[in-house]
Design a binder for this molecule. Structure first.
Ligand SMILES: Nc1ncnc2c1ncn2[C@@H]1O[C@H](COP(=O)(O)OP(=O)(O)O)[C@@H](O)[C@H]1O
Ligand SMILES: N[C@@H](CCC(=O)OP(=O)(O)O)C(=O)O
Length: 382
């Protein structure tokens, strides 16, 4: 690490007021798939201690399915979706009971929040969830978050708790996201496959070289491995949150991070962070409705940061109303931006390819020249 990297990390850590800590399945469970109770108790003690320092804490925890398997006395994790969901329904209760028991031993109150991607995709539900977190944190409560595994279906799934935790970190405007896993941080290649792999201490910018280092899960219990963690770091980084990936089984790891010790991998936030609303459009929503635009419009959006006019729209895919978030694709079928539409799908279909001066003649009204205004548009690739 260079001197300036050390300084910028120290400065950030010393000013932390709110952290989100995500504990992965690989940290919470034994290789049998059952819960590692002493590990959980140890992490809770450290979190309570950090809370005592005056730092607000949100815990994002995996382990519902593992806890359900244990309670039911099954030999292995179930394979079918309904059985996994049943295990999660049983296990989530067990998990929360355990957290609230361990936390209350240190005088802390917990509140459970179970989320699906849908809770974040709808702007009102997103703001509502944000208010709930704020109310809990204001009361000194430690929110304990997981995906709502018992009922979630693929379409509205986060799928892995790394992504979920990054979105929660963004939702609560955390200063730091900590991803606790079964390895000491990001290595330049997967240490489970390459014994000479070296740990990266500091990442200033998450570029392609970082993407290439990250590979999938190291155990059959974990979901996504380093790939989903790097994706989570990017989401966090764009919303102004730094991330540390560290080993959940290392002694006193959370206190070490809070003391600025050199552990794990530290990911700096981007200099130019997306404002909350643009961040929501970029990462929190998962738009299923699409519009396709031509090369000229692509240049206007990507290079000149202009609004999207009807003239550049080639095709509409999906049925949607005005005010919804759309995914914008180029003609090579690459997703390039997200944005909030001023017109519904039927009307865009009628005005696509024409000059904005013709909108009123065709639709009988004109609210805007732009189909998507630059202020309501977020570019996903350069
Ligand atoms: N470049 C890398 N550096 C570190 N770990 C990596 C890398 N690429 C892949 N991995 C794997 O990612 C695993 C951690 O992810 P995962 O098993 O999903 O844990 P969790 O349950 O904590 O989310 C590590 O055990 C390791 O095998
Ligand atoms: N929500 C699921 C866990 C999701 C998941 O496996 O995440 P992780 O292993 O932390 O990457 C559960 O509670 O079992």
């Amino acid at each position: 690490m260079t001197e300036s990297e050390v300084k910028s990390k120290e400065l950030h850590i010393s000013n932390i007021k709110r952290i989100v800590v995500k504990v992965g399945t690989s940290t919470l469970t034994h290789s049998t798939g059952l819960l590692n109770l002493s590990r959980i108790e140890n992490i809770v003690r450290q979190l309570a201690d950090i809370h005592n320092r005056g730092v607000e804490v949100v815990l994002v925890t995996s382990g519902a399915i593992g806890a359900g398997v244990g309670k039911l006395g099954l030999d292995e994790r179930p394979k079918t979706i309904p059985e996994k969901q049943a295990a999660a329904a049983i296990g989530q209760g067990v998990l929360l009971h355990m957290y609230s028991k361990f936390f209350s031993e240190y005088g802390k109150i917990t509140g459970q929040i179970l989320l699906t991607r849908d809770d974040m995709a709808d702007r009102n539900r997103f703001l509502n969830a944000s208010n709930t977190f704020t109310a809990l944190l204001d009361k000194g409560v430690i929110p304990v978050v997981n995906e709502n595994d018992a009922t979630v279906v693929d379409e509205i799934k986060f799928g892995d708790n790394d992504t979920l935790s990054a979105m929660v970190a963004s939702l609560v405007n955390a200063d730091l996201l900590v991803l606790l896993t079964d390895i000491d941080g990001l290595y330049d290649s997967n240490p489970k496959e390459n014994k000479d792999a070296k740990r990266i201490e500091y990442v200033g910018k998450i570029d392609e070289s970082i993407d290439h280092m990250a590979k999938g899960a190291g155990s059959k219990l974990g979901t996504g491995g380093m790939i989903t963690k790097i994706k989570a770091c990017k989401i966090a980084s764009f919303s102004g949150v730094c991330t540390v990936i560290a080993n959940g089984s290392e002694d006193n790891i959370l206190n070490k991070i809070m003391d600025g010790e050199e552990v794990g991998t530290f990911f700096q936030k981007t200099e130019e962070t997306l404002k909350a609303k643009k961040h929501w459009m970029a990462f929190v929503t998962n738009p299923t409705n699409k519009i396709y635009i031509d090369d000229g419009a692509q240049r206007a959006l990507l290079e000149n940061r202009k609004s999207l006019l009807p003239a550049g729209i080639v095709k509409v895919d999906g049925q949607f109303g005005k005010g919804e978030v759309l995914a914008i694709f180029n003609m090579n079928n690459e997703e390039i931006a997200h944005g909030v539409t001023n017109y519904n799908s039927t009307h865009i279909d009628m005005i696509k390819g024409i000059d904005s001066s013709e909108i009123e003649r065709i639709l009988g009204y004109k609210d805007y020249d732009e189909v998507i205004h630059a202020n309501n548009l977020v570019v996903l690739r350069k």
